[in-house]
Design a protein around this ligand. Structure first.
Ligand code: IFM
Length: 450
């Protein structure tokens, strides 16, 4: 076997969450099996030109039919945790009313299978696959969806909550609002700034009202939400670029952090939105700002902004992943230090971090994804630096367990530490999986030594 990238050397707490992540629509397949209803992504994939390779989630990684083997695979990595999402239309096909017993059974087997293997279960309720039936009534643009989501959250907690380590309401509300409803490059493909601001508000409100309801019902899992964030930097020192970067920081970071942790939307973004501002009703902001047991952050790169909008990642001179995203691990430390400085943050978990790489080189019978090993090593190191500087870090979770459906990019972009052959659906651990196992083994040794 070939040597692998050096392991980060910082000390992490013995109870640190170390895991791998997936999301339902990206891996499960079985799009119409056992009573599952369609989601907005099932519909969006059918729109001509929506997905780069004209693919869909009908089969994906067929995880729904390969659950036990996939759970064994996760356990073989030596991590202590698995982050997954529930497909709302699999368990409640219309998004309200009747539940689907077969769908609930699937997640029951998933959670029990994790616990039987000594793994913690970290569940996300909404990783973008809203039931299409709710979309037909306006989806997240419509305030009624808030109460439907609260009911869904309560139903899932009633069924699984006693065995979950954490429960997150939403994954990356910025993506659902901005990419789904402003630029329209993601489902449901709406292009309206006013709709996007309503969606962001309804997602945040449904988060807050769910936390209230779940706690009233006796929540045992730690409750939180997952945000995608980046440090935002101006492309040049000009005043125009600095102003553009400040506004972008408002839209990406403060638009979510401020209401969640300070109970108010940022004034500069409200001014920028003008008449397109969110439909806030009395009591909404107090409802959103519920105490968080933890906060999840998905980090992939920095954001560089120019007033002209002409900045191209290739200008930065940094290596890029296959998504065209700059590899900038120090940005993760910068982001974490900034959040600790500006907010009373709860324990923070990096709920996603990883890279898409071409994965073309096989060595000694192993897919030699050394670029991914180096990416993971440098970013775990960045988390260690933040921890050493006093940021309350509680975990780090790799995106992703296996190659999967990368949304509008289809199957061409591979993020997995396990390779998936989309013809045979065979899973083959890459070198990065071996790297992670080695890192986990060393962490266990350090923890045992105290
Ligand atoms: O694949 C996605 C995931 O679903 C959400 N966060 C970013 C990942 C990579 O684009």
């Amino acid at each position: 076997m070939s040597p692998i990238a050096p392991l980060p050397t910082q000390a992490f707490p013995a109870d640190f969450i170390w895991g791998v992540a997936t999301a339902a629509f990206q891996i499960e397949g079985a799009a119409t099996a056992d009573g599952k209803g369609p989601s907005v992504w099932d519909s969006f994939c059918r729109q001509p030109g929506a997905i780069a390779d004209a693919s869909n989630g009908d089969v994906a990684c067929d995880h729904y039919h390969r659950l036990e083997a996939d759970l064994d695979l996760i356990a073989s990595l030596g991590v202590n945790s698995y982050r997954f999402s529930v497909s709302w239309p699999r368990v409640q096909p219309l998004g309200q009313g009747a539940w689907n017993p077969a769908g609930l059974d699937f997640y029951e087997r998933l959670v029990d299978g994790l616990l039987a293997r000594g793994l913690q279960a970290h569940l996300t309720l909404n990783h973008w696959d809203l039931p299409q039936a709710l979309q037909q009534q306006g989806g997240w643009m419509h305030r009624d969806t808030v109460q439907h989501f609260v009911d869904y959250a309560r139903g899932i907690q009633a069924r699984l909550g006693d065995r979950l380590s954490t429960l997150a309401t939403h994954n990356e509300p910025w993506v659902m609002a901005t990419l789904g409803h402003e630029t329209g490059i993601f489902a449901p493909g709406v292009k309206s700034r006013r709709s996007a601001s309503a969606v962001a508000h309804h997602l945040l409100l449904s988060h807050g009202l769910s936390l209230q309801a779940l706690r009233a019902d006796g929540a045992r899992a730690r409750l939180g939400i997952v945000l995608n964030q980046s440090p935002v930097q101006p492309a040049t020192p000009s005043a125009e670029d600095a102003a553009a970067a400040r506004l972008e920081d408002g839209k990406l970071v403060r638009w979510y952090m401020d209401p969640l942790l300070k109970g108010a939307y940022p004034e500069d973004v409200l001014a920028w939105l003008g008449d397109d501002g969110p439909p806030v009703q009395a009591g909404d902001l107090a409802a959103i700002a519920q105490p968080l047991d933890w906060l999840g952050l998905n980090y992939y790169s920095r954001a560089v902004v120019s007033a002209s909008g002409a900045w191209d990642a290739r200008q930065g001179g940094l290596p890029l992943t296959e998504m065209g995203w700059e590899i900038y691990p120090q940005g993760l430390t910068e982001l974490l230090l900034r959040l600790k400085r500006d907010y009373a943050v709860p324990p923070l978990v990096i709920t996603e971090n990883g890279g898409a790489f071409p994965d073309a080189t096989w060595h000694d019978g192993e897919l030699a994804d050394d670029d991914r090993c180096a990416y993971l090593a440098s970013h775990i190191g960045a988390v260690g630096d933040a921890l050493a500087a006093g940021v309350p870090m509680a975990g780090y979770i790799v995106w992703s367990l296996m190659d999967n459906f990368e949304w509008a990019s289809g199957y061409a972009k591979r993020f997995g530490i396990v390779h998936v052959d989309y013809q045979s659906l065979a899973r083959t651990p890459k070198r990065s999986a071996r790297w992670l196992s080695a890192f986990m083994a060393r962490q266990r040794l350090l923890a045992a030594r105290g």
